[in-house]
Design a protein around this ligand. Structure first.
Ligand SMILES: [Fe+2]
Length: 193
């Protein structure tokens, strides 16, 4: 799976073969190999941009495109499995798992460097990059599947551990949307009972 497979055209340090279909970009050079493809040029993105590809009751799929230095704050994915693949660029990921049950009242507990999946994570783009994300099942607030943001405070006496506390999203944080222009998705799911 590469960026072009989901209609994403930006390639860090390269860019050969891109064909822009984004109205926000004037870069419209088409190479013979890309002529048949519609690619969204993400070069000019200055904010984290989500390209939504698909959602059904079983999963959702999309691509987060990051400008260099952008961060998705620490957040969780309760009752979901998250599969992520970096399509291009370089990204720093820190993740935690709960090691004690959240206390009553506020959602506060102790996280640790991941031992079973790291379902609480923060992502920072080192270079412009794109991340394919699959959430299974998808977000559903009424079913207890919504993200919460956290702050993390290292525990000096326990290297690798931190206290996580529910936090507000940073005020200037915003994810914008961009259209999916890649190949049509055909979904054929066989579930094993
Ligand atoms: Fe996430």
């Amino acid at each position: 799976m590469e960026a072009a497979d989901v209609g994403i055209g930006a390639v860090a340090g390269g860019g050969e073969g891109e064909r822009s279909s984004s109205s926000s970009s004037s870069d419209d050079e088409a190479s013979p190999t890309a002529a048949a493809r519609r690619l969204l040029s993400t070069r000019g993105f200055t904010r984290i941009t989500y390209v939504h590809i698909h959602e059904c009751e079983d999963f959702s799929m999309g691509v987060f495109c990051f400008p260099a230095g952008a961060t998705l704050p620490l957040h969780d994915h309760p009752r979901m499995v998250v599969l992520s693949k970096l399509l291009y660029g370089s990204m720093r990921v820190s993740s935690y798992d709960w090691v004690t049950a959240p206390r009553s009242g506020t959602r506060k507990g102790v996280g640790a460097v991941p031992r079973s999946g790291g379902n609480i994570h923060t992502l920072t783009a080192v270079t412009p990059c794109a991340l394919l994300d699959v959430h299974a099942p998808p977000y559903a607030e009424d079913l207890g599947r919504s993200s919460t943001c956290f702050s993390d405070m290292p525990v000096p006496a326990l290297p690798g551990y931190a206290v996580l506390e529910e936090a507000e999203l940073p005020e200037d944080f915003r994810v914008v949307g961009a259209p999916y222009v890649g190949p049509e998705l055909l979904v054929d799911v066989d579930w094993y009972d």
